[in-house]
Design a protein around this ligand. Structure first.
Ligand SMILES: NC(=O)c1ccc[n+]([C@@H]2O[C@H](COP(=O)([O-])OP(=O)(O)OC[C@H]3O[C@@H](n4cnc5c(N)ncnc54)[C@H](O)[C@@H]3O)[C@@H](O)[C@H]2O)c1
Ligand SMILES: [Zn+2]
Length: 400
């Protein structure tokens, strides 16, 4: 056996000049390309639409098996449609119905999915798991797929607005653990994500607003045109108009998805911690943890974005009039701007926690004018207090 003696430097970028220990060091480097499709399609459950069938490898002639993990609420509403679709395409669907609420987003649910995979005896590469549901189920099933035999193919069919513009389109999976949101998780791309706005028809107003928060985020940090479309159509955005996917609604959803993918693609594993998509996600985790009754994720993001708009005004990154426009849009979508537990002290605690998450720096994304983003690292407690006061004055003041 020949001895390999080529030793590549183990850590060439090391700041410390520590002598290499005696012996041999092998440095292994590998790259894995990641590719997946995100498709916006109408009539996903119409038996003449082949998109979902293709995603599970069915051609309508030879039977194939798939594990369909479906959100309980979605099963009640769309179960018959899903069943007839799979029957039409000769998909031998093994069903697993699961709850899709935040309280059930835990490791036990992940294990439950892997148990269903074992019981089915799912083939490792050719049989897929299909997850149909909201953001919670996307995260739970994605994590199960990433762990099962260290990675099994899966397909996402998101059925909420958050799922369709955010949780369903990236590569992050995860569950809540201890008192922390999304503390355990993985990066694991689906084979494809299939988005049909028709599912939004049955989503309630509060959950539509929840998803709009993430869309407003995209508008504020990178898409001024999307901001204008939202502003002009704010009163028309409902579960029905989104499901009908007319010109404005279609543009809103597709621009939000495109913007999200554009931001995620060069940084799928979050090697770069300055992420503009973290806008509105600095103080919100602390608020989500403390609010009682609980806030939905997008509601906490909205309150966070309001403070960030005011911070940007304070730093000269945003004209005051622009901030009022953005605050009006957030409120116009039925989202909160303030919350009783959102105090200057909580903002400080939230920022300190974000600093840990962002490896020692604030890396706080702010709007640099509507539609563009700047990162700051030196926000002070007094700025935070002034920003809160600005938002409160807007909320208490006359309509602008
Ligand atoms: N992985 C990511 O990148 C990422 C991004 C954003 C959000 N998330 C996660 O997503 C979760 C929030 O997602 P969500 O807002 O979709 O919540 P959710 O999954 O809890 O769904 C909300 C509610 O809607 C129901 N539902 C689902 N589809 C429906 C439909 N078509 N009609 C009627 N009811 C329906 C569900 O049963 C649930 O009760 C959070 O846990 C968040 O952390 C993850
Ligand atoms: Zn979010």
């Amino acid at each position: 056996m020949s001895e390999i003696t080529t030793i590549r430097p183990h850590n060439p970028a090391s700041a410390f000049d520590i002598p290499r220990p005696p012996g041999l060091t092998w440095y292994v480097q590998s790259q894995q390309p990641v590719g997946y499709e995100v498709s916006l399609t109408r009539g996903l459950l119409n038996p003449v639409n082949p998109v979902l069938a293709r995603a599970v490898g069915a051609d309508g002639r030879i039977g194939v098996r798939a594990l369909i993990v479906v959100d309980q609420a979605v099963e009640e509403l769309y179960g018959p449609g899903l069943h007839s679709y799979f029957d039409a395409w000769k998909v031998d669907a093994v069903w697993k119905v699961m709850p899709g609420d935040e309280e059930t987003k835990n490791l036990e649910q992940v294990v439950e999915v892997t148990r269903a995979m074992t019981e089915m005896g799912i083939l490792r590469r050719t049989e897929r798991v299909v997850v149909v549901g909201g953001g919670v189920l996307m995260d739970v099933v994605g994590m199960a797929a990433s762990l099962y035999r260290r990675g099994a193919p899966y397909v996402r069919v998101p059925t909420t607005l958050v799922g369709q513009v955010d949780a369903g389109v990236g590569v992050k999976t995860g569950v809540n653990h201890g008192t922390h949101k999304n503390r355990l998780g993985t990066y694991f791309a689906p084979e494809s994500t299939l988005i049909d706005p028709e599912f939004l028809r049955t989503v309630d107003d509060r959950h539509i607003a929840n998803g709009l928060a993430e869309i407003i985020k995209m508008a504020l940090i990178k898409d001024a045109a999307l901001f204008r479309i939202l502003e002009e159509n704010v009163e028309l955005i409902t579960s029905q108009t989104l499901a009908d996917c007319g010109s404005a609604a279609g543009e809103i959803v597709s621009r939000a998805i495109a913007g999200m993918l554009d931001e995620l693609e060069p940084n799928l594993w979050e090697g770069v911690l300055e992420r503009s998509v973290d806008y509105g996600h600095t103080f919100s985790p602390s608020l989500e943890l403390l609010a009682d009754p609980p806030l939905l994720h997008g509601e906490a993001v909205a309150v966070d974005m309001a403070v960030c708009l005011a911070l940007a005004v304070g730093r000269g990154h945003l004209a005051e009039a622009e901030a009022h426009r953005a605050l009006n849009l957030i409120a116009g979508c039925g989202l909160p701007l303030t919350h009783p537990v959102f105090t200057p002290r909580l903002l400080e605690v939230g920022l300190a926690d974000a600093v840990k998450h962002r490896d020692g720096q604030q890396r706080l994304p702010l709007t640099d004018g509507i539609g563009s983003c700047v990162f700051v690292n030196d926000v002070t407690p007094s700025e935070l207090a002034r920003a809160l006061a600005f938002v409160q004055a807007h909320a208490d003041g006359p309509a602008r």
